[in-house]
Design a protein around this ligand. Structure first.
Ligand SMILES: *Cc1c(COP(=O)(O)O)cnc(C)c1O
Length: 422
């Protein structure tokens, strides 16, 4: 693909230079059509049985994006009290929020109980703590909050790098299958009911097979629990970060076709049909955003060309944190520079760290001072992981709406905002 920006008409006719002039750089720019399209796609993964797609909001918690998820009929997964508050503020009713924390304090569990939010416990001790909190609150034995879920560690994992594999024998998450008998002891002791089980094997897989294996495995484990109301298979569906090199999309149709028979045989066997859930984060939002940043200096150090932008690791940490790849397009005079003559360049930010690199030794059109660098696929784990490192205020976010208008959905932070905490 020569240009994703052009092919998707990402800015819908708006001038990137005008966006940069009005909102400053770096700026996250979202496209409403793409966000809604991906959210709709995940809502259709299972159509034959009761199903909800729970958008895992840690990928992007901008309240305006949460509102899109609300409109697209997604439910949501929250990892913290902050995320629950954000969802309530966006208008989500409590029954559409699922709390899947790990290692939380009693107060956080209490907050979820007070708000009537279903919670999944990630360890035997957290399950025990949940029971203690229910008792301390004096909940009656048939109170709905005595229903909760447990996160199972299925012993298998998958993901784009070791840091994002969340299932398997070497991760901190979930309760291992061997410990399931202890779950039954704890729930008996505290009068709890296991309403659902969930898992999450890791983030960003393009081959559906490991996920399908994990589904099969979780359904096998599910048979050990009676009358489950829901079974949650987790998220992790990948997106093509190498789209300029024609990487294919996640094969959603193929995945769906292979998933259905697995569910069929479970349902035939289980005696009741639970609600199935998945927890996609990245898939919903990643492709719906780019970052526009300014190139302020190009230099050659010992034969290597560095294009220095204002998109530091404080703006997008994924490349330095996970060695992630983000495609880069170059915009000059408001037009995407064609990728016909390419030369190896390293695109960096403005942070005082040698690891502050966006794209290393990347074949790109020759970059010049004054160009706009456009970083693709920044909508997931982009703004939500940004920081104020080097005392740089956090970037603004704008949305290119369905009708082509532009709406600022988060103002740029100011130095004053940073000072306010002292
Ligand atoms: C982060 C997370 C997800 C979402 O993962 P993606 O790779 O963004 O789809 C889903 N479930 C849990 C428990 C998570 O921690």
């Amino acid at each position: 693909m020569n240009s994703f920006i052009e092919k998707s008409n990402f800015f819908k006719g708006n001038s990137p230079e005008k966006i940069a002039a009005e909102y400053g750089t770096p700026v996250y720019v979202y496209n409403e059509d793409i966000l809604r399209d991906r959210m709709h796609k995940v809502s259709q993964v299972i159509t034959k049985y009761p199903y909800t797609a729970n958008y895992s909001v840690k990928a992007n918690t901008n309240i305006h994006i949460l509102k899109l998820a609300l409109e697209e009929d997604l439910n949501c997964d929250a990892m913290s009290v902050g995320e629950i508050e954000m969802l309530l503020k966006a208008g989500f009713p409590e029954e559409r929020i699922f709390f899947v924390p790990n290692n939380v304090a009693a107060e956080e569990l209490e907050f979820a109980i007070h708000n009537g939010i279903m919670t999944s416990l990630d360890s035997l001790e957290q399950l025990e703590l949940y029971g203690e909190v229910c008792n301390q609150l004096g909940l009656s034995s048939d109170d709905r909050s005595r229903r909760c879920a447990v996160r199972i560690n299925p012993g298998v994992g998958a993901g784009h790098c070791e840091k994002v594999v969340t299932g398997g024998k070497k991760t901190k998450f979930g309760i291992p299958e061997d410990d399931i008998p202890q779950i039954f002891e704890i729930i008996k002791k505290y009068n709890l009911t296991i309403a659902g089980i969930n898992q999450h094997i890791g983030s960003l897989f393009m081959d559906p097979q490991p996920y399908l294996d994990a589904v099969t495995n979780l359904l096998r484990i599910a048979k050990g629990f009676k009358n489950l109301e829901f079974i949650d298979f987790g998220g992790g569906y990948g997106i093509p970060y190498h789209k300029l090199d024609d990487e294919k999309d996640f094969p959603m149709q193929d995945f769906i076709a292979r998933l259905e028979p697995i569910l069929d045989s479970f349902v035939a066997d289980y005696g009741s049909t639970p609600l199935f859930k998945s927890e996609p984060g990245r898939f919903c939002v990643a492709e719906g955003s780019v970052i526009l940043g300014r190139v302020h200096a190009v230099k050659q150090n010992n034969g290597k060309i560095y294009a220095g932008t204002d998109i530091g690791m404080n703006v997008l940490v994924r490349p330095s944190m996970y060695d992630s790849w983000h495609d880069v397009e170059v915009i000059r005079d408001d037009k995407v520079v064609a990728r016909d003559t390419l030369m190896e360049q390293t695109v960096t930010g403005n942070i005082c760290e040698s690891g502050d690199i966006l794209a290393k030794d990347r074949p790109l059109p020759k970059i010049q001072r004054g160009d706009l660098a456009c970083i693709l696929d920044a909508g997931a784990y982009g703004w939500s992981m940004c920081s104020t490192y080097n005392s740089r205020p956090r970037a603004a976010e704008v949305l290119v709406c369905k009708d082509g208008s532009i709406k600022q959905i988060r103002r740029r932070e100011t130095i004053e905002d940073l000072m306010r905490l002292f």
